[in-house]
Design a protein around this ligand. Structure first.
Ligand code: ADP
Length: 218
């Protein structure tokens, strides 16, 4: 479904979020104080605006309150990002996601009502570390401190066995949420579904159990 999203701050992070959302078909308003940044996004947003997102009157006159989702990617300007977040929440935007540069910034943003705080470098660093740690893991999502979802490539050892034979549930206390085979995605696979070498298993579990699974099964 098409969403109305305002992206504020069009540096590397904000501009790539904007381009991707636009290519996914969403209606984007892209805002930055820098005319060059705004110009570069002209073909990747429904509206591009040169404005200072810490100016409440400008935000109001742009009708920002009518957007359902804001991405604040003002980068290193802590004061501007905090002020903008506060104003967007005061204007009543239901979802305000904000890029933070560090933990201190993240704490302040949470206090002023950010609905999600993103530290892209930190999050990407963790993902990359897991990819380096195991070349069988192709993606990784943290659900909490203890639980994750990972994408594992099925090895020859797992091939031609069904989920009961593999015993992932009982032996590793993990749940196979889906199996991807090229473009096909088998969601909620049945216990007798057979895994082929190269299938991608999307598995949820405790991090310790996922590690055991990865070491033993692959
Ligand atoms: P990144 O690390 O993602 O490249 P940057 O810090 O380089 O982030 O980019 C932040 C962007 O936010 C810049 O393009 C800057 O012009 C913009 N910006 C900074 N302050 C404001 C503001 N008050 N209103 C709108 N845009 C702003």
């Amino acid at each position: 479904m098409k969403k109305q999203i305002v992206v504020i701050g069009l540096g590397r992070f904000g501009s790539s979020v904007c381009r991707e959302l636009y290519s996914l078909g969403h209606e984007i308003m892209a805002i930055d104080t820098d005319p060059e940044k705004v110009d570069a996004l002209r073909d990747h947003a429904a509206f591009t605006v040169i404005a200072d997102a810490t100016d409440e009157n400008q935000l109001k006159s742009l009708g920002v309150r009518n957007f359902e989702h804001a991405i604040v990617a003002i980068g290193d300007n802590l004061q501007a990002s905090v002020l903008c977040t506060l104003m967007l929440k005061e204007l009543g935007l239901p979802k305000v996601w904000v890029k933070a540069r560090d933990l201190q910034h993240e704490k302040i943003l949470n206090k002023v009502g950010a609905d999600r705080v993103i530290q892209p470098e930190k999050e990407m660093g963790i993902r990359i570390a897991h990819h380096v740690d195991s070349d069988k893991i192709i993606d990784y999502i943290d659900l909490s401190h203890d639980y994750s979802i990972i994408e594992l490539v099925a090895s020859g050892k797992m091939a031609n066995k069904n989920l009961v034979d593999l015993n992932i549930r009982v032996e590793f206390n993990c749940i196979v949420l889906a199996i991807k085979r090229l473009e096909d995605v088998n969601i909620a696979p049945a216990v007798d579904d057979v895994v082929e070498q190269g299938d991608v298993l999307i598995v949820m579990g405790h991090k310790d159990d996922l590690k055991r699974l990865e070491e033993k099964a692959l």
